[in-house]
Design a protein around this ligand. Sequence first.
Ligand code: SF4
Ligand code: SF4
Length: 431
Amino acid sequence: MKDIANLRTSLAELDDLLVTCMRCGMCQSVCPVFKDSMLEGDVARGKLALIDSLAKRMIDSPVEVKDRLEKCLLCGSCEANCPSGVKITDIFIKARAILTGYIGLSPMKKAIFRRTLVHPRLFSGLLSMGSKFQGIMTSQADPFLGTSCSKIMSPLIGDRHFMPLAKRPFRKDYSGMDTGKGTANIRVAFYPGCVVDKMLPQVGHAVIKVLEHHGCGIYLPKNQGCCGIPTLASGDEESFLKLLKHNLKPFSSGNYDVLVTPCATCTSTIKKLWPKMAAKISPEAEKKAERIANRTMDISEFLVKHFDVDLAAQAGKGTTKTVTWHDPCHLKKSIGVSEEPRAILKGLPGYEFVEMNEADTCCGNGGSFNLAHYDTSSRIGGRKRENILATGADVVTTGCPACMMQMTDMLSQGHDHVAVKHVIELYADAL
Ligand code: SF4
Ligand code: SF4
């Protein structure tokens, strides 16, 4: 542990951000974790009060303080509902980094982040190997959703139903792709993100099909790394900055017009966190990250803004199935994208769109939150499942692979006959 004087200095940097909180409690009504526990300590106001008195509390019980701060999905619902504009997510992320700097990273996270994730080739190689041997440790959970479960690993992963690793990662087929400007005279850089690459390659294939259909040139640089959010959410700034430096290289070059991703969390991280964090590397890195952030778009936002989503004329034609939509927090609350995917879904031939109750309520995944607080995560996810089932939809769509994993787990546990798809998969199928 570092000394307490350093801790006090670091916490003083948060004072300007904390002072804007009026303790009004408006964040309480929208917090999914508070709705589950009804504990003030779980809501943003309670956590901000905790941070306010952190230096003193840290001396008494540092691990308890860290645990309470980490009992948060970083969903941004509180920030979106805060009348004072408190930068709650920034504060939580900074506080976690300060705490991790003081307490240190757990040996498990050190091994995953600092020895594996920051080395993209090694990370990909290990997961490729894992995909070959996963059958030894896992068994099929639900054939309709294609999920697995694992009794042997249950002390580590609980009773989760999860999507297996892809036999062939998406980037294996497309890494290094560079097709110039295309007939639409637009060059699109593509950042699939880790989950699409390693677990949902069909989403990456759908993006390629859609971009090619619309005549876009595609630039998919080799050796892309994780966007870094799992490391930053755990307070590991060191690993985040390493990954950021790594990713700045391929995405600062390439002379592309737009960078698209099918992952709401990656999009939000690139747009909002890369520039802020790059400032810690150098002014040049900050400029590069800003240029990348300004050109980054969610795939459905890109489609609707740049092209006529040309399916509308056939909307509902020959309707045989119903489809609903879940708003990922990092898409709607973080970057304000919610109408675009709905516009795509409403124009799909063969589908009728049904709006889900509480469509923009968090699914409860929250990345590492799901690993550390699976019980709470599943109760929040269970409510999402009920809302999905109440629509009677055949397919639930979303725009974030993490939400897809969570909804798949919940629906698989209930052996519900509802398919979980990325919106781009249905759009690609309809072309
Ligand atoms: S809504 Fe904003 S100002 Fe009100 S208590 Fe929550 S963080 Fe503070
Ligand atoms: S980010 Fe989400 S889970 Fe965390 S305090 Fe805010 S509303 Fe609650």
